[in-house]
Every structure is written in C-alpha cells, then in structure tokens.
Design a protein around this ligand. Structure first.
Ligand code: PLP
Length: 428
C-alpha cells in the first residue's frame, strides 16, 4: 500500500490566512509546503531520530556559517551548556557575559557551577561593551582592587585562590541579530588565553566586518525556536572548527557515548540533547530559504523604520557600521523616558497589538537577585534599555498593511500619552 501524501493534497502552497490587522501575532514562523513535505517525508520513513536528515542539516549549516563542523542539538540552551562543558569550565570559574540577554546565556554558566561576570552594554547596540570588558579582564586577571566591583555582590568578600585566575571564558551575545564588536574581544582572548563562546542564537546570517556571526569563537551556538530567523520547532546548532570539540559535542549530546563505540558504552557523563529527524528536515528546508527569510525580515524592519524614524518619542534600532549585514531577529524600539512604557504596552493591547519589554536584564531576575545579591543600579545601561525598550510584532510573514496598522496605533497612542503627561506637568 502506498501512503497518500495529505500535505500535497490539502496544502498545495503556503497556507495564507486572511490578513488580520488586529491580533497580528508577536512573531510567526514562515513555513511553506516545501517544509511540510520535508517533514512528512521523514514521518513516512523508519528513522524519526538518528537518520540521514541531521547529518545533512549539520553539514549545510556549518558550510553556511563557513565553519568546519555543525552539531545539532534539541535547543540553543543545550548547545550553550555543551560549549561550557567543552571549555572545561567548572565550579567557581568566571565567565564574562552580558546582563542584557535572554536568560539562557547566563544560566548555562550556572549549570556547571561557574559564575557569570556581567559587564554592562553599549547603549547603541545593547551588546557587551568591549572597553568595559577589557577593564573587567585586566582587573580580574591581575587581581587589582577594581576587580571586586565586577564580581556579584554576594561573592565580593570571597578570598581568591593563591595565584589562580578563575577567569576562563568570554560569552558574547549578538543581541537582536546585531554582531558584537568582536575585534577587541578576540584580542583580549588572545592576550589572556580565554575561550570565546559566541551566543549567536539571535544572529543566524548576521555579519561583522564581512564575516558571519558565529565564526569567531572556538564554538558558537545558534537557536531555532519558532520566533528566530529560521526554525526547527525546538532546536539548536553548535558550530566549531575544532575536531576534538565536534567529537566531544556529539558524544555529550548522545548520553556520553563514544562515536566509535558500542551503543551501550558510555565514556563520560552525557545528556540526551539530540535533535530529531523531523526537526532536522524542517531546519534543512528552512536553511535553503534563509536568504529569502532574512531579506523579508529586513523589508519588514525597513517598513517600520520609514514610519517611525521621524518621531521624537521613539528611537528606531541603530545598526552600527561594523554590522555589514543585520539579520533582524526582533524589531525593538526605544521609548522616550517621558512615556510610561508599560502603560503603552497595555494600551497597544487594547487595540489588538502585542508588544514586549525586551529584555528584562538577567541580573534583576528574582533568582539572580537572590543568589548573587544584585539590585537595580548595578548595570545602568542594561537597565535603561530594559526599562525603555519595546519589541513590536515582527516576522518574515508580516504584511505592510499590518506594519502600517501597528505604527498608526503606536504613534496615535504615543501622541495622546505625551499630551497627557504635559497636561499633568502644567497643572502641577
Ligand atoms: C533563543 C536564545 C537562546 C536559546 O534558546 P532556546 O529556546 O533554548 O533554543 C539562547 N540565547 C539567546 C540570546 C537567545 O535569544
């Protein structure tokens, strides 16, 4: 009996729903019949895991980033965890990273009982500040008096082990798809023998000085959650040029099995961080469309820019000159401090427009405050961005009419709020 393919019969082309101005989604995957057929094909095969799709996806993705190896995992977070393990980072070690990110980029350090050392960010990009990073590295490595102020408040009293610098790595995050200023970070890593792990989870396809984000560190991690530039449902990918690390990643994601050993031979503590075949097939099909997906997102960002750039109550995203290609992950504007950002989010919601504060800095998350003693004021730039940023609905399938609707409502509400705050001031 042959299987009928319901995909080709009921969904001959991309499913197009009638255009909705209200209730435009915050984000949306961009799935066509090509992706549906690829996943369907896997479902009719005997291999739903550990088949041929994953190696094909890994090879294609590594070659897209121009790295030697790709190792697929079941999330970006899993990938970050494995990169931390491969770096030999353990209890009490320090890893420099940013507080203005998705929480996974700091949590992966805690998984191995190491300590994230937060460094405040560049106001323009929201990325880790290279000058401040250099200061942190120098103070910590040479155990200077200024080192303490970079440590989490609750660890500042801790005595240092004689002669041992616990600083092992820098974990820069290419926030919102804009690459970190990598040259000074790479120079620091070279000078102080630090490992660079790039969190490129928001930056598939971005370029720094003509080179892909994710090709600078000893390893980099990409993520494919449905709101990212391309998706596998859940999923992530490690890339590296290092043969030993690639083999280690494959072993760690697969219960610590040695690649060349028998199925039940476990040579190290491993995990089940494998990516299944449906996800890999979806990823492979999405990767073939990646340039189109990135171009569509750039077009949507441009529609927003055109409508919002001349309003003095909001600041559109800044793309710095070293970013030779911005691969837009989200569209985040900065709202003037005179506007109550959370009130704006509530008012947008009443006209069917979702929006989010992006990001809420990691050091102020309840768990980090409790564990490390952080408080407001510790990283002023990250906090300023966290308090005034506003992510608007954004995806590659967004239509110009939807952008238009969002912008018209946003500008109207902003004008009303500004007039309201003026009235309050003049009455006072
Ligand atoms: C998406 C993302 C991750 C990984 O997320 P997963 O949901 O685990 O795939 C990690 N870091 C950053 C900065 C991200 O945006």
């Amino acid at each position: 009996m042959t299987h009928e393919n319901p995909v080709s019969e009921t969904l001959p082309s991309a499913a197009v729903s009638p255009l909705q101005l209200q209730d435009v989604p915050m984000s949306s995957p961009d799935i066509t019949a090509v992706e549906m057929r690829s996943v369907y094909e896997v479902l009719t095969s005997p291999n739903l895991s550990m088949g041929s799709k994953l190696p094909a996806f890994e090879k294609a993705f590594a070659s897209y980033i121009r790295m030697k190896h790709g190792v697929g995992v079941n999330s970006g977070t899993s990938g970050l965890h494995l990169a931390i393990i491969a770096s030999g980072i353990g209890e009490g070690d320090y890893v420099i990273t940013t507080p203005f990110s998705f929480i996974a980029s700091a949590n992966c350090i805690l998984y191995e009982r190491a300590v994230p050392i937060f460094v405040d960010v560049d106001l323009r990009t929201g990325n880790i500040d290279p000058d401040r990073t250099a200061e942190a590295v120098e103070q910590i490595v040479h155990d200077l008096p200024g080192a303490k102020c970079f440590l989490p408040p609750k660890l500042r009293g801790r005595a240092r082990l004689a002669g041992k610098a616990p600083l092992k790595a820098i974990l820069p995050v290419h926030t919102f798809g804009q690459p970190v200023d990598m040259d000074p970070i790479l120079a620091l890593a070279e000078a102080y023998d630090l490992t660079i792990i790039e969190d490129a989870c928001e930056a598939t396809g971005s370029m720094y000085k003509g080179r892909k984000a994710g090709s600078f560190g000893k390893a980099a991690v990409f993520a494919f959650y449905p709101n990212k530039q391309m998706t596998t449902g859940e999923g992530g990918m490690l890339v590296t040029d290092n043969d030993t690390w690639a083999a280690l990643f494959r072993s760690l994601r697969n219960q610590g099995r040695d690649e060349f050993n028998a199925w039940l031979n476990h040579v190290r503590l491993g995990y089940n961080y494998r990516m299944d075949e449906m996800s890999a097939a979806l990823g492979l099909a999405q990767l073939k469309r990646i340039e189109e997906l990135i171009a569509r997102r750039a077009q949507v960002a441009e529609w927003y820019n055109l409508r919002l750039r001349s309003n003095e109550l909001i600041k559109i995203p800044t793309v710095v000159p070293t970013t030779t290609r911005m691969s837009w992950f989200v569209y985040v504007v900065r709202v003037s401090p005179q506007i109550d950002r959370d009130g704006l989010i509530r008012r947008l919601k009443t006209v069917g427009i979702p929006s989010r504060p992006y990001f809420s800095p990691i050091h102020l998350q309840p768990f980090y405050r409790e564990r490390f003693g952080y408080k407001p004021g510790d990283f002023p730039t990250a906090e300023y961005l966290g308090n005034h940023s506003l992510a608007l609905p954004f995806s590659s399938v967004m239509k110009e009419e939807q952008v238009d609707y969002v912008c018209r409502q946003l500008l109207r509400i902003l004008a009303e709020m500004a007039a309201g705050s003026k009235r309050v001031v003049s009455r006072a």
